[in-house]
Design a protein around this ligand. Structure first.
Ligand SMILES: Cc1cc2nc3c(=O)[nH]c(=O)nc-3n(C[C@H](O)[C@H](O)[C@H](O)COP(=O)(O)OP(=O)(O)OC[C@H]3O[C@@H](n4cnc5c(N)ncnc54)[C@H](O)[C@@H]3O)c2cc1C
Length: 406
């Protein structure tokens, strides 16, 4: 890398990584008067965000054991927070985003009836779950062969690409592409860092009051490059199944099985050509990690035949998506239920953050802003620097458009 710095760019906060965590945080910071910039290496919405099922839940599914933990309480406010943003009255403007469903369903396989009973008795479900009478069942369950019980949860499902686009559109002039093959951290004498990157043969130095790493699993490499040993990351691998079909009904729901995670989660997403994809997760995707794609697809077919034998998917096309959830490292590989943000031990102007769930992105932004306030980093109300010579990252395509795009 040539070593003469051509231009120094300064800002209050530089965000590295443009998934939901980075984009949401950018919107919050700009709305609060911070001069914030975001740098993305590939495509906005990147890895986990466009691969998610888009369910904004209040934590109910984490109470399948019948108890409401302290951590799951953190998530309970989130649906209302998102709804306020979608209607334009929240602290981030999401009026450009689309809702796929304002509820999802939960039903039980015969082996899990007692678990369902415990779940419904828990105080977390009060006022948030209603039993669906047979005449009000969605089209997919209007079949004589369905003899289970169906419940409706008020939590919503969002069209994630539209959320990513709305967040990016709000702050277009503050989002840039970065090529990490041409970037390196520059260590300053007070343990703080700046970032040097080469563009068009010239070195530019990015100086930020605080860097916030929201690069999902990319945080792991960024922390290594910085020499940071704590905090650390863990990965929770999944192999999701995608079913592209012409069956006319969309569906959003969890089937409860013997485990504390749903046996099968189904969400429906629009493809570019107007058809629908059923996106299958839950225990199927967790156990599918150790299987070949063909075997996960075979398990998915078996599950659907067992749970909805009347649904004809004989014309469907099938594919799988191996994808890791990136989380802060927990003792015993536990599942974190709260957003995580922490100043790194080694670099006082670097915060590392993982939302752990799309739902918790607003919670993550609150946590980061609290850390900025602790550092006495105040908003300077500055305008975005003139960086029009830098490229802009595109929006990430969906996994189903990649898998089935003809
Ligand atoms: C299959 C699946 C289903 C899910 N379903 C749900 C759900 O229904 N509801 C829910 O609440 N949560 C869900 N989640 C969890 C949720 O998707 C994630 O918690 C959330 O999307 C993480 O967002 P993120 O911005 O931290 O990471 P990511 O979305 O992974 O974004 C990270 C971004 O950083 C970029 N990047 C990486 N390295 C660098 C670098 N060095 N420099 C610059 N940029 C970099 C990447 O390209 C990417 O754009 C699901 C997750 C998975 C995997």
């Amino acid at each position: 890398m040539p070593n003469t710095v051509r231009q120094t760019i300064t800002c209050d906060v530089a965000i590295i990584g443009g998934g939901i965590a980075g984009l949401w945080l950018l919107n919050r910071l700009v709305n609060d008067g911070y001069n914030a910039l975001l740098f993305e290496q590939t495509a906005l919405g990147g890895e986990q965000t466009v691969a998610s099922q888009g369910m904004i839940h209040g934590g109910i599914k984490y109470t399948l054991s019948g108890t409401l933990s302290g951590a799951s309480e953190a998530i309970a406010d989130m649906p209302a927070h998102w709804q306020a943003c979608m209607s334009g009255t929240g602290n981030v403007d999401l009026r450009g985003a689309t809702t796929l469903s304002d509820h999802f369903y939960m039903w039980s396989s015969a082996s899990a009836l007692s678990r369902m009973a415990t779940f419904l008795a828990s105080k977390a479900t009060r006022g948030r779950v209603t039993k669906v009478s047979s005449k009000d069942r969605p089209a997919i369950f209007q079949h004589d062969d369905f003899n289970g019980s169906l419940y409706k949860l008020v939590d919503m499902v969002l069209d994630v690409p539209s959320v990513v686009k709305a967040l990016a559109d709000n702050c277009q002039e503050r989002i840039f592409h970065i090529d990490w093959d041409k970037a390196q951290w520059h260590h300053l004498t007070d343990k703080k860092v700046s970032l040097d990157f080469t563009y068009d043969g010239h070195v530019h130095r990015l100086e930020a009051g605080q860097f916030v790493l929201t690069a999902g699993q990319g945080n792991e490499t960024l922390l290594q490059e910085l020499g940071v040993k704590s905090p650390q990351m863990q990965r929770r691998p999944l192999q999701q199944v995608m079913v592209k079909h012409t069956y006319p009904h969309r569906f959003f729901g969890h089937c409860l099985g013997a485990e504390t995670t749903p046996r099968l989660t189904i969400s429906s997403h629009p493809c570019e050509d107007g058809t629908q994809v059923w996106y299958l997760g839950g225990t199927l995707a967790e156990k599918g990690v150790s299987l070949s794609p063909e075997n996960v697809i075979a398990s998915a077919k078996k599950e659907l035949e067992e749970l909805m034998p009347w649904v004809d998917l004989s014309e469907a096309r099938w594919a799988t998506l191996p994808v890791d959830r990136a989380e802060p490292k927990q003792r015993n590989f536990a599942r974190p239920d709260k957003a995580f943000a922490s100043i790194t031990d080694e670099c006082p102007n670097v915060i590392v953050a993982w939302p752990t769930k799309l739902t918790l992105s607003p919670n993550l932004a609150d946590e980061v802003i609290e850390l900025l306030q602790q550092q006495r980093l105040r908003p300077t109300h500055g305008t975005a620097p003139e960086l029009s010579f830098l490229e802009r990252p595109p929006l990430a395509p969906t996994p189903w458009d990649i898998a089935f795009g003809d």
